[in-house]
Design a protein around this ligand. Structure first.
Ligand code: ADP
Ligand code: MG
Length: 730
């Protein structure tokens, strides 16, 4: 892997959605969020504060107001990241914000309206258009996966059985943290990748009773892997792998934990666990002083480990609502976003990683092609009359490409030839009938072989074609409908986006510099002027000080609030713990408790306590013996003698099997002779038979031949009846 030492910050952009109809009519006039698009600033007004209180200002890489277009956000803030992914970098885009502020709108948008398509569909277009326009010596393989994290469990949304399977996170030095056994679909076109997305969205919707409720509590991650192979200067094919994570996070609002208990408390604690862990990770990284970054605290932070402080390029889209009633949440989101700006990543290109699937595909395709060419070469040898004996020069076989048409022609010709030969044999009057038969049989066999061979070739060709079609070749596989004019338009749009971005950066820098150099540039002609200027400056600094003071007060208030909440949760958990202790101490014998305690171990990977197996799997000798498989047709192993006894009818003297069957419930009414019962009237209920066993010495229970009606309550007995009755009938 090539290492690029230069680090870059997480790019943070903020988007504010328009006031919705309800907020427009209900709330006080206007929103509380103002934006300076040129400077990339968000100005927030506290609706509860007196008008004299200064407004809060935050500066970001870019800001998008209510009138912003999806396309503008994509071109300016996302396009460069996708370009990097296509060059082999890892990239992440995540939307963060309160529920209902437009995370899903930004990430997905309205698919059918070209104006409202979000980041994900635009990224699909971008990736496949890029592939179609790239040079023809490039080969691509695009894969997609879709997962969600709900209550700290990872679900594979592309697996039809996702509701029952929980995936685990694993770590490897090669790829970092990954999800084990996650479904990944190879996609050849925009349509295919859209289908994958739809499939996952449907699985998400089906799993939830209320989609909005569900989506505000679960994190959705759509992962795209783009592998690109290109010949390098050394003549060898090099593979670059770019991984793109598109993340729609759960709503960032606080979940109320107060007043809930038991399972609901655990659930509420887990819902925001990932988000608070994300907050802690961001704080630790932004702070830069604390050595420990708590990635392992949640599944989400482990999955985003590369994206935050790792080797990926990251864009965070913080979404806001302009309504005054959500002031607190909006401020928290802005603070969160502001902190994330300080995270440094070290992006690097993934070159020739060991796990590149494209390499596997290329190898497999080459192997299949060689096999097909070998067949062609063998057919050719046979056609030329030179029967292949297996030690020809096989190397030449791979040189020419296999031609399907040629293969078919060869088979038709061979068939015709064999048919003619058969006709000739049939028409040959000098041959003996026996000899004729033998020769015809031989030809028949040859024809069979030929057909088998053809079938095998067809299968091989189909496999080869299927494999090859999965690889996208630059400038070939996808029909590019875009004409030159459109291409030019796109380039211009891209240039404009770049320009406005650099303009904004320059203005931000100038603003900072202005403040710093103002003092240096000032020369005062009179004392009065100096006093005026300094008073002005003092006022400015005083305003700043007030701002910072309120900021400190806000942060303190927030800390107090969250501490109180944590204390409440702790109290509730302690109460539950005491309750469990009480049960354990009073109802579980100490020796049993010790046994259980000794067997328990904590698995940090799965964040769960686990029972160690009683029998160590290594020591085979101490393993419990498996029950032998029963003789065919019997429920259990049975001796030969017993089998013979059974065939002789129910009145055998020595039964050898089931000599005595005891009824669990020894109701005297239920005791009767099985022999009598089964012989006289099988439909008769044994409970009606009140006579005790007279003709046998041993009083046997009839549980094994009772009618099903009387045994309905026990399924195991039912199966015994089903199994035993035919044996008795024999
Ligand atoms: P979230 O995913 O954050 O819970 P949604 O994306 O579902 O929120 O958005 C909530 C509603 O607001 C949707 O009806 C959506 O269409 C609308 N909305 C969000 N952002 C915008 C925007 N920038 N422009 C217009 N409508 C928006
Ligand atoms: Mg949503």
């Amino acid at each position: 892997m090539s290492k690029n030492k230069s680090s870059e910050c997480v790019k943070v952009v903020v988007r504010c959605r328009p006031l919705n109809r309800k907020e427009d009519t209900n709330g006080p006039a206007g929103g509380i969020v103002q934006m300076d698009l040129k400077l990339g600033q968000v100005i927030l007004r506290n609706p509860r504060a007196p008008p004299s209180e200064p407004l809060k200002t935050f500066t970001f890489d870019a800001v998008y107001d209510a009138s912003s277009k999806q396309r503008d956000l994509y071109d300016e803030s996302v396009r460069p990241l996708i370009d990097s992914v296509l060059d082999g970098f890892n990239g992440t885009i995540f939307a963060y914000g309160q529920t209902g502020t437009g995370k899903t709108y930004t990430m997905q948008g309205a698919w059918l309206d070209p104006e409202k398509r979000g980041v994900i569909p635009n990224a699909f277009d971008h990736i496949f258009t890029h592939i179609s326009r790239s040079q023809s010596d490039k080969q691509y393989l695009v894969r997609a996966s879709y997962l969600e994290i709900y209550l700290e469990e990872i679900r594979d949304l592309l697996d039809p059985n996702h509701a029952n399977t929980r995936l685990e996170l694993r770590e490897s030095p090669e790829t970092g943290v990954y999800v084990q056994d996650l479904t990944s679909c190879v996609c050849k076109s925009i349509k295919e990748i859209e289908e994958v997305m739809n499939m996952g969205n449907q699985a998400r919707a089906v799993g939830a009773t209320d989609m909005n409720e569900h989506s505000s509590r679960s994190h959705a991650l759509f992962l795209i892997t783009v592998e690109c192979s290109q010949p390098g200067p050394d003549g060898r094919k090099h593979i670059r792998v770019g991984r793109l994570n598109l993340v729609d996070l759960a709503g960032s609002e606080r979940q109320a934990k107060t007043g809930v208990q038991g399972e609901r408390l655990k659930e509420a604690a887990k819902i925001n666990l990932s988000l608070s862990a994300l907050g802690n990770v961001i704080s630790a990284l932004a702070d830069g002083r604390s050595g420990h970054v708590p990635y392992r605290d949640s599944k989400l932070t482990r999955l985003l480990q590369d994206s935050l402080g790792g080797n990926a390029k990251t864009v965070m889209v913080a979404t806001l609502g302009p309504a005054p009633q959500h002031y607190d949440e909006t401020l928290t989101t802005l603070r969160y976003a502001n902190r994330a700006k300080n995270i440094h990543n070290q992006p690097r290109v993934n070159e020739d990683p060991k796990d590149a699937l494209l390499r596997e595909f290329q190898k497999e395709i080459a192997r299949l092609r060689a096999q097909l060419n070998h067949r062609k070469w063998r057919n050719k040898q046979k056609k030329d009359g030179d029967v292949w004996d297996g030690d020809g020069d096989e190397d030449t076989a791979g040189e020419e490409d296999y031609d399907e048409k040629e293969g078919e022609d060869y088979v038709t010709l061979e068939e015709q030839r064999l048919e003619l030969e058969k006709e000739a044999i049939r028409g040959d009057r000098f041959l003996l009938a026996e000899e004729k038969q033998r020769l015809l049989g031989e030809k028949e066999r040859m024809m069979g072989d030929l057909r088998k061979e053809q079938e095998a070739t067809e299968q091989l060709t189909a496999k080869y074609k299927a494999m090859e079609s999965k690889l996208l070749v630059g400038g070939k596989n996808i029909i590019d409908h875009t004409n030159e004019q459109q291409k030019m338009l796109e380039i211009k749009r891209h240039e404009i986006a770049e320009q406005s971005r650099s303009e904004r950066e320059m203005q931000q820098q100038m603003m900072v510099q202005d403040e710093e150099t103002l003092e240096l540039r000032e020369t005062f002609t009179s004392l009065q002027q100096e006093v005026e200027a300094k008073t002005k400056k003092l006022k400015k600094l005083y305003a700043k000080l007030q701002c910072i003071k309120t900021e400190i007060k806000d942060v303190n208030d927030e800390h107090v609030r969250s501490r109180q909440e944590l204390e409440q949760t702790q109290n509730q958990l302690t109460r539950e713990l005491k309750f469990k202790y009480l049960i354990i101490e009073n109802f579980i014998p100490p020796e049993e408790k010790n046994k259980i305690m000794n067997r328990l171990t904590f698995d940090p990977e799965e964040d769960q306590w686990k029972f160690q197996p009683l029998v160590q799997s290594e020591s085979k000798s101490s393993q419990m013996k498996k029950r032998p498989t029963s003789a065919v047709g019997y429920k259990r192993p049975i001796t030969q003698f017993a089998r013979v006894a059974m065939t002789m009818g129910p009145r055998t003297r020595y039964r050898a099997e089931n000599v005595m069957l005891l009824e669990l419930d020894m109701n005297p009414l239920n005791i009767s002779s099985p022999d009598r019962y089964s012989e006289s009237d099988p439909a008769q209920s044994p409970s009606q038979d009140s006579s005790p066993c007279k003709d046998t010495g041993v009083c046997k229970s009839n549980s094994w031949c009772q009618s099903q009606k009387s045994l309905k309550s026990s399924s195991s007995n039912g199966s015994l009846v089903a199994c035993q009755t035919p044996a008795v009938a024999q």
